[in-house]
Design a protein around this ligand. Structure first.
Ligand SMILES: Cc1cc2nc3c(=O)[nH]c(=O)nc-3n(C[C@H](O)[C@H](O)[C@H](O)COP(=O)(O)O)c2cc1C
Length: 330
């Protein structure tokens, strides 16, 4: 029995699962695999590279995929929005910054607009901008995010939408890596989920084997919210967001010493070392974004199996109800 929700109906997909537009790791191969498996795959537009985007859309071929941008970064290269809209993507997702500067252009194109939010203030902003889908992202998530947790943010946004924008769909993100998480998100009032960390450990992710082994080996305690990955890369993220990454050798040697890492001479050296380790897949000496869901990820599998297993487990959980209620005998 497929899990039909408003999300599957509105987007014309089989499973209520969207893959996160993870910069550099979510290319056309992963997005196409997720869409092919019945979800909606998103290419990670990241910090914006037009040639890379063209290549990755070409890799996805005829499979319907969408794309996600980092809003504050897109403001510096707004022409990329038209470049992607010209490909009639299945959806356009905006995160981290106001959607307002881009909303009219996206709405006019007829492409569904997905806005990822980290707080109630962001959720109201997304409603005002006319979002078709709001992703409520808890701070458990891998990569950048805010400080609210998924368990409270999702139902609170669900209540807001029920009153203010009943046609806007809600998707939960942050910490969801198996069918229990999917079932819980639906119970909290979401129409589906968006998953990132779980798909780093998929056969189709553009992640080096070293990163995939690291996420399989990590547990939920192994990650930390830190600014050092942004400082070494010279990315000027708005202060309300920080990145959740593996607490590895690189992070532990600089976390708490951010001022030193920002010194130009040290930064230049470390930047070179960082990217060289990144390119060679050395998970100990670069930034490896992953969420607390790392503790639920035990193997690398094809995306289709990840989606199928999640849905099957969620269906069972929803059908059987809670497993751990202690019932009184009296
Ligand atoms: C490696 C990695 C890179 C990410 N890059 C982006 C990005 O470029 N743009 C974006 O909107 N979200 C990005 N995210 C966050 C995801 O959109 C999503 O909120 C998150 O992965 C959900 O939590 P989970 O990792 O627990 O599944 C990234 C997440 C990860 C793990």
């Amino acid at each position: 029995m497929p899990l039909r929700t408003r999300l599957t109906e509105r987007l014309g997909i089989e499973h209520p699962i969207i893959s996160a537009p993870m910069g550099l790791l979510a290319g056309g191969k992963l997005a196409a695999a997720v869409s092919h498996a019945g979800g909606l795959g998103l290419i990670g537009g990241g910090y914006g590279d037009g040639d890379w985007l063209d290549r990755e859309f070409a890799v996805a071929g005829n499979v319907r995929v969408g794309c996600g941008f980092i809003s504050w970064s897109l403001e510096k290269k707004p022409e990329l929005l038209d470049q992607v809209l010209a490909r009639s993507p299945a959806a356009l997702m905006l995160s981290f910054g106001s959607p307002a500067p881009f909303a009219a252009r996206i709405k006019q194109s007829g492409v569904p607009m997905i806005c990822q939010v980290q707080s109630m203030a962001h959720a109201r902003e997304a409603v005002d901008a006319g979002a078709d889908v709001i992703v409520a992202q808890g701070g458990e998530a891998g990569g950048h995010g805010g400080s609210r947790s998924t368990l409270t943010l999702v139902p609170e946004v669900a209540d807001l939408l029920a009153d203010a924008a009943p046609d806007t769909l809600l998707v939960a993100a942050g910490g969801i890596a198996d069918g229990r998480g999917l079932a819980a998100a639906l119970i909290l009032g979401a129409d589906g989920v968006l998953i990132g960390s779980r798909l780093i450990a998929s056969s189709e992710a553009a992640a080096p084997p070293g990163f995939q082994q690291a996420i399989v080996a990590a547990d939920g305690d192994s990650t930390i919210k830190t600014a050092v990955v942004d400082i070494v890369r010279n990315y000027e993220w708005p202060g309300e967001f920080s990145g959740r990454a593996l607490r590895n050798r690189f992070v532990t040697s600089w976390h708490g010493r951010e001022d030193v890492l920002a010194e130009p001479a040290i930064n230049a050296d470390e930047n070179e070392r960082y990217w060289s380790a990144f390119r060679s897949g050395d998970a100990d000496n670069t930034g490896v974004f992953m969420g607390e869901a790392a503790g639920l990820i035990l193997d690398v599998r094809p995306a289709a199996r990840i989606l199928d297993d999640m849905v099957a487990q969620a269906e069972r959980a929803l059908g059987e109800g809670p497993q751990r209620i202690v019932r009184s005998r009296t």
